[in-house]
Design a protein around this ligand. Structure first.
Ligand SMILES: CO[C@H](O)c1c[n+]2c([nH]1)[C@H](O)[C@@H](O)[C@H](O)[C@H]2CO
Length: 441
């Protein structure tokens, strides 16, 4: 079990678990439109075994059982995402009432169980119809996204505890337009530069539109990695600094300082949208809270042959998870204290943290992983970081994007043939921390 007590985190500290629509819902029916992940995943070579989210965890039908698991676990909150194509199948215009009805039932189900709804508006499943118009490369996406955000607010805003605009703008932009690992699968610095700006412009435009509608408790969720030099050589330390700029400071500086870091801009500048500097007041529109997703650190070395960004990640010596990420809980303490010391004093939530295993329901490594990272949260709080909550990734084993279904992050095991849910020992560890007992309904 964990070596911490719930009271250690503070009286109002919230514990939750997190998921995302495309990874768990399935339910490609009832008027849901196509998303870029439906097309990307069915394109050979993009996803392990060409696996798709077509069925996933069948959460579209099994959501009562999944909410019961959260309540039985003693969790206070549930971080979930709306599927834009389920609510507005073409991305703009006509609303799908069956989609509205689904999320109505889901959110009411949370409230009935005493679970606070922490909503994410966009967790990567862009409507294909908007991709047809250029997607994140088209500046108009800021208005498309703001209109979608207002639609969500008008239908559900009165019941949401918090609303995050975007999950992980780095993944939306750089991972998906520079590295080509996620949908839409671009490998193009010009696409990456423009998406890296438009995703933050869309965030700020939506925040302003939501404020105009009386929106409260608005934020964004960014992912962070501690970047360290593979050696102490200046060129390797420089590579780590540049990666810190690409992964962390582009978003922190843009959102909280209203300017992009000059070291990254030096690479992006020839490809940025005209007059992007005029948008920075919108990009840095004040928010109420900030979500921090953290999993691991990275070691980087100088790699002059790598063109646009002359760096390369190298394999580190620490214990790794099944997805190959080093286990480095100190990094979470470092990130939380850095953000609160250098960028903002608004409340922080750890909105994702967790690890992948390949199989099994007895998961002592995952218990140790969570225990270490919960300790990092306590250490960051002691150093002045205003951390208000922590969400384990993930409630369920689910569709792990380009990795397909092999890499399992769930506190609850899912047998995808039968859709049977089985709490793992890590779920029991949280249940014991949160309720003082190990019990199941
Ligand atoms: C690149 O790592 C990111 O911080 C990150 C890790 N994760 C994420 N972002 C996403 O938000 C989730 O949808 C993933 O399932 C989860 C596990 O891979």
């Amino acid at each position: 079990m964990f070596s911490h007590k719930r009271a250690d985190f503070g009286e109002d500290f919230l514990f939750g678990a997190a998921t995302a629509a495309y990874q768990i819902e399935g339910g490609q029916t009832d008027g849901r439109g196509s998303s870029i992940w439906d097309t990307f995943s069915t394109t050979p070579g993009n996803v392990h075994n060409s696996e798709t989210g077509k069925f996933a965890c069948d959460h579209y039908n099994r959501w009562p059982e999944d909410l019961d698991l959260l309540a039985d676990g003693g969790f206070d909150a549930y971080r979930f995402s709306f599927a834009w194509p389920r609510l507005i199948p073409e991305g703009v215009g006509q609303v799908n009432q069956k989609g509205v009805d689904f999320y109505d039932r889901l959110i009411d189900g949370m409230l009935e169980r005493g679970l606070k709804p922490f909503a994410t508006l966009y967790h990567w499943d862009l409507p294909s119809a908007l991709q047809d118009k250029g997607g994140w490369l088209n500046r108009d996406i800021a208005d498309w996204f703001a209109d979608y955000a207002v639609m969500v607010h008008k239908n559900f805003g009165d019941r949401l505890e918090t609303t995050a605009t975007i999950n992980e703008p780095w993944c939306v932009a750089f991972l998906s337009h520079m590295l080509g690992v996620h949908a839409p699968g671009y490998r193009d610095i010009r696409a990456a530069a423009r998406a890296s700006h438009h995703v933050l412009l869309a965030h700020g435009t939506a925040i302003n539109a939501l404020r105009a509608e009386g929106g409260k408790n608005l934020g964004i969720v960014c992912n962070f990695e501690v970047a360290q030099g593979a050696t102490g050589k200046p060129e390797d330390m420089g590579a780590a600094r540049l990666w810190d700029g690409i992964f962390n400071r582009w978003y922190l500086d843009g959102l909280f300082k209203g300017k992009y870091p000059s070291d990254v801009l030096a690479h992006f500048a020839p490809h940025m949208p005209d007059d992007f500097a005029d948008d920075m007041a919108v990009v840095s529109t004040p928010i109420d809270w900030f979500g921090v997703n953290y999993y691991t650190r990275g070691l980087y070395e100088h790699a002059p042959e790598r063109g646009a960004f002359p760096l390369r990640k190298v394999d580190g010596p620490l214990e790794k998870t099944a997805i190959g990420w080093e286990i480095f809980p100190e990094g979470l303490e470092e990130i939380l204290t850095r953000i609160s010391a250098d960028y903002t004093d608004i409340p922080l939530y750890v909105t994702e943290n967790g690890m992948a295993e390949i199989e099994g329901t007895d998961d002592p490594r995952r218990i140790a992983y969570y225990n270490g990272h919960l300790g990092a949260v306590l250490a960051a709080q002691k150093r002045g970081a205003d951390v208000r909550g922590y969400f384990g990734w993930s409630l369920l084993d689910n569709y792990e994007w380009a990795e397909g279904y092999d890499k399992r992050f769930g506190l609850v095991h899912v047998d995808y043939k039968t859709q049977k849910r089985t709490p793992k020992s890590s779920y029991r560890a949280f249940q014991s921390l949160l309720t003082g007992a190990n019990r199941s309904r």
